[in-house]
Design a protein around this ligand. Sequence first.
Ligand code: MN
Length: 262
Amino acid sequence: MDARATVTHLVKHLASGAVKVVDLTAPLGPDTPVIELPPEAGKNSPRVKVHKISRYDQDGPLCAWNWMELGEHTGTHFDAPVHWYTGKALANASTDTIPLQDFIAPVVVIDRSKEVQKNPDYLLTAESIREWEAEHGTITHGSWVLLRTDWHKRNTSTKEFLNVDGNGPHSPGPAADAIAYLLDRGALGFGSETVGTDAGSAFMMDPPFPAHHYLHGAGRYGLASLANLDQLPPTGAILIAAPLKLVGGTGSPLRVVAIVPT
Ligand code: MN
């Protein structure tokens, strides 16, 4: 099919509902859970604050507008390679310099929601990804790989979402060997439903925060606090994830959508 026909068909299929658009984004506002790092890891990001400029009132009778305080890594957000020390010297590694074509890519979804329901500390391993590939096919070079855990259902409660007790945070994520395996496969990036791409226990791993360490060291990307991964097929969808063009940005809140054949 020629390129023009491909685009025409996509538009027709979107209009008819044969192809649907799925929102993978959590609401962003003052209630959005924000990661709470242990003091050894450094400072933390503030929560979202919305300040009124005017609201059809004496401060501006014609319009409503606000200004906001928020961290780059807040809510559903993109991690750029420059976010981690392992990626700090790479070219095209901040949100304003990443190649544009990387913002539209195929996506595969590894569903481990049943495992996570039993064990909130669940770690995705390379072996588990190989099992997934035996069922669904080899992960295509240049794909986003998303871990479905149904953790997004906790997103309305910071306590439930961060799930911290006396031993630290308990949330699922990838083991170091899983990320190494995905990089061998040529994955574009890794995405999760939790507050960051790494598991709650990742600070204690070797290296600490292996998803950040290896992905960003390889010039690859992360997506965190994704929602609605239960609405995606294991393969066959396209992800659109374009961060704000922040100058030197290490990451950015963004709207993530998937284009899904029905
Ligand atoms: Mn982040």
